[in-house]
Design a protein around this ligand. Structure first.
Ligand SMILES: [Zn+2]
Length: 290
């Protein structure tokens, strides 16, 4: 079974406790001039849009697809794309929430997001997408980028009747943050290749075990370099690509504000740490800069 090749990922937050808050929202906002603040966002800001966070209580256990598993096996690609094809029907309905629109209105120096849901862009921001976006599909051979809409239409053409055959309602099933669903039957599912060169098509997202694209990592580092303050929203910083940016900011001596209701790997680096929901905080930040 191809699923056996998917790696179970160790939880980097194991043993880390939720800290108590230090400081106040008012103090945090004093430190955060939007035009000089780099904001790092994680899955916790999209839960208000209905996209589940892997780390929320009650989240299903999951075996994320790895980049090497995707490349190695036609069966894995078939599994991924079949799930993604069904899941996208619901995923594409998610809309930005008040946090996305507050940040778009505040227009900070930079938004660096770990999210692949495209909701910052939908709200009108131009984020640095550390882990790519599910809204794009890339050819692994020639690098051509395709829209997810084109891919979805092509999958529908190649697999007539598949959605109906899954016997699940695509808009009423539990969708995980990668936009796919659990399906048992993917045998016979046809996966498209690049129309230009025949190469493998992969969602333009960084899988577990893959590195952040160097130009994207550099853009994020530059943004932190240019910032006078760093704000982390809704991220546990479990992923190294985001944690290292916070360490970079701490090393540069800029204030670091972390707002999220769970533990993070950088709580000891925070100047102000609010153990709270993100939406009330961005609403207050926006109101005080109106
Ligand atoms: Zn190609």
């Amino acid at each position: 079974m191809p699923t056996n090749e998917l790696r179970r990922v160790r939880d980097p937050l194991a043993g880390i406790r939720i800290p108590t808050s230090s400081g106040t929202a008012e103090r945090a906002i004093e430190l955060l001039d939007p035009s000089r603040t780099a904001v790092i966002t994680g899955a916790g800001i999209s839960t208000d849009s209905g996209i589940p966070d892997y780390r929320s209580p009650g989240s299903p256990e999951r075996n994320p697809m790895t980049g090497s598993a995707f490349r190695a096996s036609e069966e894995n690609r078939q599994l991924y794309w079949a799930r993604g094809y069904v899941g996208w029907e619901r995923y594409q309905l998610f809309e930005p929430n008040s946090i996305h629109s507050d940040l778009a209105a505040l227009d900070p120096l930079a938004i660096i997001t770990q999210n692949v849901d495209g909701l910052h862009g939908a709200a009108g921001s131009h984020p640095i997408e550390l882990h790519g976006s599910l809204h794009r599909v890339v050819c692994l051979s020639c690098g051509t980028v395709y829209s997810r809409e084109w891919t979805q239409a092509t999958l529908a053409e190649l697999n007539p009747g598949f959605l109906a055959s899954t016997l699940v309602s695509p808009t009423d099933i539990e969708t995980n943050p990668d936009g796919d669903v659990e399906l048992d039957q993917v045998a016979g599912f046809r996966v498209p290749n690049c129309p230009l060169c025949g190469g493998l098509l992969k969602p333009d997202v960084v899988y577990f075990g893959e590195a952040v694209r160097p130009d994207v990592a550099e853009a994020a580092e530059r943004a932190v370099d240019d910032a006078a303050a760093l704000l982390v929203l809704g991220s546990s910083l479990a992923v190294h690509s985001a944690l290292r940016l916070v360490r970079q900011g701490a090393k540069a001596g800029i204030p670091i504000v972390i707002v999220t209701d769970g533990p993070t790997r950088a709580d000891d680096l925070a100047t102000v740490r609010l153990v709270d929901r993100v939406a009330p905080f961005t609403a207050q930040w926006r109101a005080m800069n109106a």
